[in-house]
Design a protein around this ligand. Structure first.
Ligand code: 5CA
Ligand code: ZN
Length: 412
């Protein structure tokens, strides 16, 4: 499907630093130095209640990865999906008496607008689950034939993945089986479904039901894809057997990314599927995770309609570290406006302290697992000295503006 429009990213002098990122599987910060192009798959929206600030924060996080790789001279291959068919989307459409296709199209269009406003560099491929159904059905068939999947014998046509088909199940999330069993039903899993070999086996293909949309599945029979196989197949098809970064919010640590990795690894015979499994923290409101089910959502489009500067939204969201769960408050936005104002005045100054040093510092902070609070502090120090009248470097204000534009996505 259509992605969104990109924008010019200024080129910075010299070469950026190699990026190190926290990998959930290895539970540590490790270099992410793709030999050639950096490949990244990010789990995108299920198109309803978009774009809330949690979605925005996660998309900004992976936008920073892309910016760092580019700055280090690497081309980037970036794929993002839209889960434009799944139970939660159908449930929301039914609740509101709306056609699910119309709901998905409208919300995806809104998401694209918000991404553009937030200056998120678009993915090379923006791919819907629906358009991927033939490919997904093919891969489910392969798993069935390979003995890694099984069909329930209750006449539904539902197909499940057998988690014992991979010896590594659990390596990505590092959760105990007890923890997995607790989380699984909270995140779309069905541990109590009769006929499954293991309660944690994830759904690969849901056989057609009356009143539900379905697609021809070849030998599988009509139905629609499960959630995890969607992301595994889209990533494999467009990025190859092994990717550098599998990204999303930390609500996807389990079962989504664990199961996607298991599917991909069984299909390719190669492990790990991703070099880095990178998870952004949850954005909350009033102490609770911002989520569709809780309904405590702040929308980017609502803020934009209220004439809030998207750059202030972006700056507010990156003022905390991407990995920490954090709370959205009006104070955060006020502080972001004050910072933007100081930065804009400093960028318009005739001179400032060394621009090269500022650039090196911002690069170094971001290269260390996207330390945005550290990068913002460095920019603040430079702006403060500039506003206090430092005159060392007449080229520094322009370089400062280009640095925060190229690396942080903040256009002054
Ligand atoms: N379509 C699936 C992924 S394949 C999905 O999780 N959709 S979503 O609309 O629920 O979320 C879209 C992206 O935003 C995911 O990467 C998810 O992890 C992330 N996300 C959802 N809620 C939050 C939140 N409160 N804070 C930060 N990120 C969030
Ligand atoms: Zn996904």
């Amino acid at each position: 499907m259509e992605s969104w429009a990109g924008h010019e990213v200024p080129r910075l002098p010299g070469r950026g630093e190699p990026l190190a990122l926290y990998d959930s599987a290895r539970q540590g910060v490790h270099p992410s130095e793709p030999a050639d192009a950096g490949s990244m798959y990010v789990c995108g929206i299920t198109p309803y209640d978009a774009t809330h600030l949690g979605h925005a924060a996660t998309m900004i996080t992976f936008d920073l990865v892309q910016r760092m790789w580019r700055d280090a001279g690497r081309p980037v291959r970036y794929v993002q999906n839209v889960t434009d068919i799944d139970d939660p989307l159908l449930e929301r459409a039914a609740r509101d008496g709306e056609d699910w296709v119309v709901l998905a199209m409208r919300e995806t269009a809104l998401f694209r607008e918000d991404m553009e406003a937030l200056r998120i560099i678009p993915p090379e491929h923006y791919v819907g689950a629906v358009e991927s159904i033939p490919d997904i059905a093919d891969k489910v068939e392969v798993l069935l034939k390979d003995g890694a999947a099984y069909r329930l014998d209750d006449g539904t046509g539902d197909v499940y993945f057998d988690i014992s088909a991979t010896p590594r199940f659990g390596y990505e999330s590092n959760l105990t089986r007890e923890q997995m069993l607790e989380i699984f039903p909270e995140r779309g899993g069905d541990p109590d479904r009769a006929g499954k070999r293991d309660p944690l086996d994830p759904l690969l293909w849901r056989g057609a039901r009356d009143g539900e949309p379905s697609w021809p599945g070849g030998e599988l029979g009509p139905g629609r894809p499960g959630w995890h196989i969607e992301c595994a197949v889209i990533a494999l098809n467009l990025l190859g057997d092994r990717i550098d970064v599998q990204g999303g919010g930390n609500d996807l640590l389990f079962p989504h990314h664990e199961a996607s990795a298991a599917h991909a690894e069984r299909l390719t015979g190669q492990a790990p599927f991703a070099e880095h499994y990178v998870h952004a923290g949850m954005i909350g409101l009033d102490g609770e995770k911002m989520s569709k089910s809780r309904g405590n959502l702040v929308f980017v489009s609502r803020l934009r309609a209220d004439k809030v500067d998207p750059m202030a939204i972006r700056l507010a969201l990156i003022s905390g570290h991407y990995r920490s769960d954090r709370t959205w408050t009006d104070d955060l936005l006020t502080a972001a406006y004050e910072r933007l104002d100081r930065w804009r005045r400093a960028a318009a100054a005739p001179a400032g302290p060394s621009g090269a040093e500022l650039l090196a510092e911002v690069r170094a902070r971001l290269a260390d697992d996207l330390d945005t609070p550290g990068a913002l502090a460095a920019a603040d120090r430079w702006a403060e000295a500039t506003l206090a009248g430092a005159t060392d470097d007449p080229d520094a204000p322009a370089l400062f503006a280009n640095t925060v534009d190229a690396l942080l996505g903040i256009r002054l």
